[in-house]
Structures are given as structure tokens and as C-alpha cells.
Design a protein around this ligand. Sequence first.
Ligand code: UD1
Ligand code: CA
Length: 446
Amino acid sequence: MTEKPVALIVLAAGQGSRMQSDLPKVLHRLGGVPLVGHALATGRLLEPEEVIVVAGHGAEAVAKAVAKLDPEARIALQEEQLGTAHAVRQAMPLLEGFEGRVIVLYGDTPFIGEETLANLASHAADVVVLGFEAADPGRYGRLVTGPEGLERIVEYKDADEATRAIRLVNSGVLAADAALLREFLPRIGNRNAAGEYYLTDIPELARAAGHRVEVVTCDESETLGINTRAELAQAEAAFQARARARALEDGVTLSDPATVWFALDTCIGRDAVIGQNVVFGPGVTVESGAEILPFCHLEGCHVSAGATVGPFARLRPGAELGGDVHVGNFVEIKNAVLDEGVKVGHLTYLGDAHVGEATNIGAGTITCNYDGVGKHRTEIGAHAFIGSDTMLVAPVRVGTRAMTGSGSVITQDVPDDALALGRARQITKPGLATRLMQALRQKKGN
Ligand code: UD1
Ligand code: CA
């Protein structure tokens, strides 16, 4: 075992033509995030010194997505996709001065495990290729092994019948020391059936120069690469199955696991209860003991211990629910902090707002946060009472312990302890209802 510094190169320049899509393949979503986010997230667990993503097709969009997923990752541009060795070469200038182990991953292969990567990082051989025994070896590169480890990789297109019969195949993941890659990448040519610069030529070249080249194997499920929409759908199913199993193992109650959808980074505490048909978009944390009732959609939000949400609630990015907050049915919360004990029971929109502790928000309340051009904030103090059907026209502030009357349109700040009424005064006409109905019926002729 050696402990060398690690650099990751994630190949993501290919078009993915079999996706039949204008979107670069690695930007299709899996577990709520772009595909490339999965390899990046697992790779990060190795605490690499450098992370380089090689982008080509849709490079601008890929770079933008990567900046969000992993702000420290850098982009190498591969203008023309001339093969996997050519792709890695484009990344090497960004690794100038780096001495250590380089691990090459594919952006379209999301399930490589942390342990597998750690094995590659710490392996004593000079070049390590991640292989697997394929149920159907298909068009994978074949790993030709001998008594001293891996002799060479033969691409399917270049393989004879005997070589094609080998079932030990190349996942595409390769680890080698940076110095070795610097030496051998420039020596790789493209005289092969595909006319491409194959990264898979590295093992044979390195071995011929006396280096130690080995195979590490993993389960086939880790190597699932995505080339088609059908494979993406299969991968999503596999991802969800694993996420559900992990949540159950972690002590989360899922009333009907098959109907709950997770994102790559969903984080749910022990003894949280998740009802049927709940969807977690990216960036959700639900603390221990919180309860999400059926048919809720959550994204980019935090739900504290003891809070209850739903049924039929939507928490959008920036929703932060304090302890014991209650958010009920048909409530939407966006970019709003609800302090401890706030109750928002029914049919309400709170956006760009802060609601103080123990405040009650009546049914049908709306923060009118958008004027058609800009967004404005609503501040509501602690222990306040917002009457049903209050329109809070932002920017506006409702003070501590203040109240608003039902049906009010609040356009001016309400001081602490005040009651604000912003609605038409009621007029009552005795007997007029009956007289009016009679008149109407007569007019209709009965
Ligand atoms: C590659 C391997 C093969 C292995 C298989 C596993 C080579 C020559 N072959 O074949 O041994 O069994 O993966 O899936 O390496 N890419 C670039 N730039 C390029 C070419 C590819 O970024 O110029 C990226 C692609 O976007 C993709 C990955 O590298 O994510 C693999 O490329 P692909 O063309 O799919 O390689 P395979 O033919 O599948
Ligand atoms: Ca492929």
C-alpha cells in the first residue's frame, strides 16, 4: 500500500450520439444531478489534489454544470474527440508539477464505488486497470492477463475471435502515476480499427518498459456506463433502489419505499418518516424525527427536527424550516426561513421571507414578492398572527406579536403589537338577500 497524492481526470467530451439529444450526455440527470456529478462526488471522497474534467461536446454547458457541482474542478478542453488517450493528454498540462497517482474516470459511468477507487489509488503497481467479469462482454475492451498481471488491453474492434472470448473486460477506469502518463501518452498512435488514440494502449507500453501493470476487479454493477436513454432509465432505477435501501438502513421510515425518489445528495436523519410519493430534488436535508407526509416535492431545503410537512407541500430552494415547524397541504415555500414553531397550515405561498418564532400564518396567505421585475422581501416577526387570505405586498414588514385581519392587503409596515386591517368595511342590509332572490326568480318567470 502506498499513500500518494491523487489527481482525478474525468472524461466527458464525448457527444453521446446514442442519447439522441442536443444536451451533452453527461448533463442528463441521474438522481437529480447531472450524470458527471456522480463520478465527481465519488472521486472527491479520495480527497484529490486536483480534479480535471475533459469537456468537448457542449463544453460551455458542461463547464457551467461542473462549476456548480464541484467549484474546485478545472476544465480541459478537447476540441476534437480523437480518443481516450487524446482526451487524457488534454488534461495533463493542468497537472504540471503534480507527482502522484492519476485516476481516469468517465463522466458517463456513475456507480464506481469509493472503495474501488481507494484500491486503485493505493495499489502498488505502476498502472492499474479496473476490470470486471462481464455477463455479456459485448464491445468492451478485453483484458489479456498473464502470470505477471495485465499484459495488454485489446479493443473489441481490434480483437480476434479468441480474444473476444475473454470475459474479463475493461471498465475504462485506469490509474497510473503522473510521470508514467507524461512519458507514455505521447507515444500512443492511432493505427487501429477505430483510428483513435486509445488510452488502453498504456498497459502494453508500460509493461514493455518494465513497469508493473495489474488489474483490480469490481462488481459489474459499478461499471454501468450510460450510452442510451434506456440505459439512463435503468441507471435511475438502480440509483433509486440503492438510495432507498440506504435510507432504510440508516433508520429512516419509508412508508412505501418504491414511491420515494432521492437525489444524489439527499440527507435524511434517523427516525425521520417519509410518506408515499415524496420526491427529493437536489440539496435536501431532513433532520431526525421530522415527518414528510405523502405527495411532497422538496428541493434545496432544510427541514429541522420535529417539523411536519405536507401532505401536498412544495419546499423550493432556500426553504429553511426550524424545529417543530408545521407546513400543511398546498403550501409552497421558497427562499424563506421559518423559525421554530411556525405554523403554515394551508394553501399559502411564502417566498423571499422570514417568519419569526411561533407565528401563525392563516390559510390562503400570499407574500406578493414579485412586481414583474424584481423580487422583494417580507419580514414577519415572532408570535405574530397573519389572518387568512392576507396578501403581503412586499417589501413589507409585520412586527412582533402583530396581527393582520383576514382578507387584508397589507401594503404598509405593521408595527409590533399592532392589528392591521386592509380590506373594505362590511355593509349589512337586513332582508335584502330574500328580496333579491325573489326579484331574480320573477325575472326568470317562475
Ligand atoms: C472505452 C475503452 C474500452 C472500455 C470501455 C468501457 C478505450 C479505447 N476503450 O471504450 O476498453 O471497455 O470504454 O466503457 O479507451 N471520451 C472523451 N474523448 C474522446 C473519446 C472518449 O472524452 O476523444 C470519453 C467519452 O465521453 C466517454 C469515455 O471517454 O465518457 C469513453 O469513451 P467511449 O468512446 O465511450 O469509449 P468506448 O468505445 O466505450
Ligand atoms: Ca462507452
